[in-house]
Design a protein around this ligand. Structure first.
Ligand code: IPD
Ligand code: CA
Ligand code: CA
Length: 267
């Protein structure tokens, strides 16, 4: 295992212990509101601090950006870590056992290492650029499905930005009629890890933040998948509008939703 991936795994496991311990008594968890339907807890912050400390202990000059603690500018801007301490905070707060820690490393602006760790199931998804993606050391491949018929897709609802609801619903309808079913499990990092694992055939969501999607992006690509924005381009890091799956299924998804999208989502 690449030494930097090893540190990412250590950081994720350290954070996982904090989440599991806190999950045993949710009444003690302090919840704050960041925005509309956007919640954060003291545990998100504690977990991110531990991840940050674990990374900086080994790589004191690296830079880190995290959802809750913001940016740490290290001397070395070539190495940037991107951290989501709990992807699925709403699930975590409600006691729904489905959330993950997501950690990615970019080297000179390029995704290099990724970890998505589900502490409840003990599932560790990892990827290294050019080396493939793994679940607990077993090699991952995206699903072989090429058409929407019979597929199970995953998505996230725009619960923090309900003004996107109409556009999103149109896209949902256009896809739903062709699929077997669509899941909304509440952790997009895990949705993307599941795409890499072939458990879910494809995924789409609007307005994802980089800490939610960075590790998932490398995971899907290293498992032979494709990731694009809603117009089929690569503006997804800017817009956060993401479609991913096997290359053929991704194209099939674009074909269905493109005609119903408003200008605002076509990027
Ligand atoms: C959220 C989850 C959710 C997705 C949202 C994300 P958070 O992350 O990934 O599945 O629908 O767009 O913001 O806030 O729990 O880290
Ligand atoms: Ca989060
Ligand atoms: Ca997130």
């Amino acid at each position: 295992m690449h030494p930097m991936l090893n540190i990412a795994v250590r950081a994720a496991r350290n954070a996982g212990k904090i989440l599991l311990r806190a999950g045993e008594d949710l009444s003690k968890v302090e919840v704050q509101q960041k925005g509309t339907n956007d919640l954060v807890t003291n545990i998100d912050k504690e977990a991110e601090a531990v991840i940050r400390d674990t990374i900086l202990q080994s790589y004191p000059t690296h830079s880190i950006v995290g959802e809750e603690l913001g940016e740490h500018k290290g001397k070395d801007a070539d190495y940037q870590w991107i951290v989501d301490p709990i992807d699925g905070t709403t699930n975590f707060i409600k006691g729904i056992p489905h959330y993950a820690i997501s950690i990615a490393l970019k080297v000179k602006g390029r995704l290099d290492q990724a970890v998505i760790y589900d502490p409840i199931r003990g599932e560790l998804f990892t990827a290294s650029r050019g080396q493939g993606a793994q679940l607990n050391s077993k090699r991952l491949r995206v699903s072989k499905t090429t058409v929407l018929s019979g597929t199970v897709l995953a998505t996230g609802f725009p619960f923090k930005n309900k003004h996107h609801m109409d556009a999103y619903t149109e896209a949902f309808k256009a896809l739903f009629v062709h699929t077997a079913d669509i899941r909304r499990a509440g952790s997009s990092a895990l949705d993307m890890a599941y795409v890499a694992a072939g458990r879910i055939d494809g995924f789409f969501e609007i307005g994802l933040k980089p800490w939610t999607s960075a590790a998932g992006e490398l995971m899907v690509k290293e498992a032979g998948g494709m990731i694009v924005d809603f117009a089929g381009g690569n503006n997804y890091n800017h817009s956060g509008n993401i479609i991913c799956g096997s290359p053929k299924l991704t194209q099939a998804i674009i074909r269905e939703i493109r005609p119903v999208l408003t200008e605002a989502l076509l990027r």
